[in-house]
Design a protein around this ligand. Structure first.
Ligand code: ZN
Length: 196
């Protein structure tokens, strides 16, 4: 199941505080590593406070750790903690969070994640205005000349993945679209076909 076309595994970590849901912790990542899963582990932390948990996810084998600016009082410091711990830092923007903060920290991150739903629950429908935000983030990334991933998360499916790519996204998170379908492999294939 996990290797059905995935370049990376995206873990939505929710804490029943920053977001209302409660999901997985670092032990799950650690178990997957022990079971031989060697693809990129992309950890999206929706937790507050966030700093204390970063060490746990670094120790569990996370490759990318992304955080929301709202989850820390000291964003620069938290992103630096992730880098110094040996992982790639990412920054995540909620639908109502402006990109302006990105100008201050873009040099510190390897990934920018645009939320195309509000974080906290699966199965929400795609917010169209997030495509304009993806395009704006792409322009900022291009201006740096650095290889920064631009990821989109929320409501992505075969019917809209092409538009997300056209807006500038290069990494796509799909949860419900795949796991609520009868045929995971076929659904992923349809998404890949839409990107060709
Ligand atoms: Zn996510």
């Amino acid at each position: 199941m996990l290797d059905a076309g995935a370049d990376l595994i995206h873990f939505d970590v929710m804490d029943n505080h920053y977001v209302p849901n409660l999901t997985i912790g670092p032990l799950v990542l650690q178990s997957l590593r022990k079971a031989g899963i060697d693809c990129i582990m992309d950890v999206h932390l929706m937790v507050k406070p966030v700093d204390r948990l970063i060490g746990d996810f670094l120790g569990a084998g996370a490759d990318i750790i992304s955080i929301h600016p709202e989850s820390t009082e000291h964003l620069h410091r938290t992103l630096t903690l992730i880098r110094e711990g040996g992982a790639s830092p990412g920054i995540v923007f909620n639908p109502a969070t402006p990109l302006t903060v990105l100008d201050e920290v873009l040099e510190l991150v390897d990934l920018v994640l645009i939320m195309s739903v509000n974080p906290g629950f699966g199965g929400q429908s795609f917010i169209e205005s997030s495509l304009a935000k993806v395009a704006a983030a792409r322009a900022r990334i291009e201006a740096t000349g650095r290889p920064v991933r631009l990821e989109i998360d929320g409501g992505i499916k075969a019917g809209n993945i092409r538009r997300a790519a056209d807006a500038g996204a290069d990494t796509f998170v799909a949860g419900s679209a795949i796991f609520a379908s009868d045929d995971y492999r076929g659904t992923i294939a349809a998404m890949r076909a839409a990107l060709e």
